[in-house]
Design a protein around this ligand. Structure first.
Ligand SMILES: Cc1cc2nc3c(=O)[nH]c(=O)nc-3n(C[C@H](O)[C@H](O)[C@H](O)COP(=O)(O)O)c2cc1C
Length: 194
C-alpha cells in the first residue's frame, strides 16, 4: 500500500521548514535494523528519494544493515530536525530498488564517490587508512578513461512505512504528535499525547 499524498505533502513541508530554518543535513535519518535474533543496530543514512512507494536510501548490501535487511526486511527511521523543532519517525518493510533505479542514481554520483563505493568493503575490518587509499588509487587507475559501473553490492532500498509520526516542538512540553497508521489498506490519522 502506498503512502498517501497527505503524508508526502506533510513530510515535504516539514523538510522544507527544516532546510529554511538552517538544518545542515535534513536528508539524514537514523535507520534501525535488526537480525532475526532481534539484535538491533542503527546508523545514519541519507534520504535520496521519496515517492508513494516510500523513502529511498543507498548503501552496501554487505554492510551490517544490508546483512540484517537480507534476513529481516524491516526498519525504523528517524529524522531529527532540531532547528525547526521537528521529528519524523517511520516504521515499515524494506525492499530493494530495481537495478535500473540503482544504476540511474549511481551514475549521478561524483566519480570519486563511485570509485569509493568499489574501494570500501563497508563495515569490514580495515588494517589502516593507507590500505583504503591504496585501493582507491588502484581503482582510479583501473577505471581511467571509462565509466565506473555500479558495484553489484551497492544499491538502494525503499522503506515503505506502515506508520509515520510527525512530532513538533510545543511550549511547556505540550508537543504536537500526529500518527498515521496503515490499517486495512487505509491510512488512519490520530493525535497522541506528548
Ligand atoms: C551524515 C551521515 C550520512 C551517512 N549516509 C550514509 C548513506 O547514505 N549510506 C551509507 O551506506 N552510509 C552512510 N553513512 C555511514 C553510516 O552511518 C554507516 O557508518 C555505514 O553505512 C555502515 O553501517 P552499518 O555497518 O551499520 O550497516 C552516513 C553517515 C553519516 C554520519
Amino acid at each position: 500500500m502506498s503512502l498517501s499524498q497527505e503524508i508526502i505533502d506533510r513530510f515535504n513541508k516539514a523538510f522544507k521548514q527544516a532546510r529554511v530554518s538552517g538544518e545542515q543535513e535534513p536528508t539524514a535519518m537514523v535507520l534501525a535494523t535488526s537480525d532475526c535474533k532481534g539484535r538491533v543496530t542503527s546508523r545514519t543514512v541519507l534520504l535520496k528519494a521519496l515517492d508513494e512507494d516510500g523513502f529511498v536510501f543507498f548503501t552496501n548490501t554487505r554492510s551490517v544493515k544490508g546483512q540484517q535487511l537480507a534476513v529481516c526486511p524491516r526498519a525504523a527511521a528517524t529524522f531529527l530536525w532540531k532547528t525547526s523543532g521537528c521529528q519524523v519517525q517511520l516504521v515499515g518493510n524494506v525492499t530493494l530498488v530495481s537495478d535500473e533505479a540503482a544504476d540511474a542514481y549511481f551514475s549521478t554520483r561524483e566519480r570519486g564517490s563511485q570509485i569509493g563505493a568499489w574501494a570500501s568493503n563497508q563495515s569490514q575490518p580495515l588494517d589502516s587508512r593507507e590500505t583504503l587509499m591504496a585501493r582507491f588509487h588502484e581503482l582510479e587507475k583501473q577505471y581511467e578513461g571509462r565509466e565506473v559501473p555500479r558495484p553489484p553490492h551497492w544499491t538502494g532500498y525503499v522503506l515503505s512505512p506502515e506508520t509515520v509520526e510527525f512530532w513538533n516542538l510545543g511550549e511547556y512540553r505540550l508537543h504536537d504528535r500526529v500518527l498515521y497508521t496503515l490499517e486495512d489498506a487505509a491510512w488512519k490519522k490520530q493525535r497522541l499525547y506528548p
